[in-house]
Design a protein around this ligand. Sequence first.
Ligand code: CAA
Length: 258
Amino acid sequence: MTEYETILVDRKGRVGIITLNRPKALNALNTELMTEVVAAAKAFDRDPEIGCLVVTGSEKAFAAGADIKEMQENAFPEVYLDDWLAPWDELSRLRKPVVAAVAGYALGGGCELAMLCDILIAADTAKFGQPEIKLGVIPGIGGSQRLTRAVGKAKAMELCLTGRMMGAEEAERAGLVSRIVPADELLAEAMATAETVAAMSAPAAVMMKESVNRAFETTLAEGVRFERRLFHAAFATADQKEGMAAFAEKRPAEFTNR
Ligand code: CAA
């Protein structure tokens, strides 16, 4: 497996695990970490033996944001011409589902990275926020857009304009988080969820993710039409025949991802 400096990469069965690993900087997202996360995620996405990804951090921090010390001297022409931070967008194009397992701080780019994932499971210690305004900037990896879609305008405006952090319970109430678990069970719960997803028919899981994501990109009528086309396409898979035969025969399905 490729060696990385700022992340740990592991696999368990059909689940690929990426652990952010800059503990001294609370997993601040510097350019090297961005490059490595994107490379590792894309490698898992291409790997037919992997069905689902987990992205996690440490007990204290999922990630405390973009690396402030790295970016403080940045100048407009360079960041603009480089379209700096755009590589993170590649995570939104991953085809396989990604589970974010968040404990501790998920601030700024850390909150944005969690929101780039598909299922967000939070430890009871998780704290979410977009504090960029306190640094004289605004979010740059989609925070103002994805947070607003997840929690609505009122709460997104308040969090983004004041930089206030919200705890796991508030985040779950607001719809940002799918589930809260005790901190010491976070990884096990995230892995169990990822293993469940990875055991589904891979084509169905990819269709499912694509279809849910479509809800954010189009009108209801177009989204329903898109879903129906993929639903029809699912009948071209061997897994549809297997899944339905298994139900009729009262046995577990054995998907072949075909
Ligand atoms: N960038 C660089 N270094 C960071 C960092 C960041 N985002 N967050 C924490 N660190 C570093 C600290 O500088 C410190 O390093 P030293 O020991 O060398 O001083 C180390 O991590 C530990 O941090 P603290 O001592 O501050 O830990 P704490 O427990 O007292 O506080 C915290 C934790 C509240 C998360 C605090 O570290 C903090 O406020 N961090 C910054 C959060 C932030 O503003 N994030 C947004 C960044 S901008 C962004 O993300 C833009 C975007 O949209 C892409």
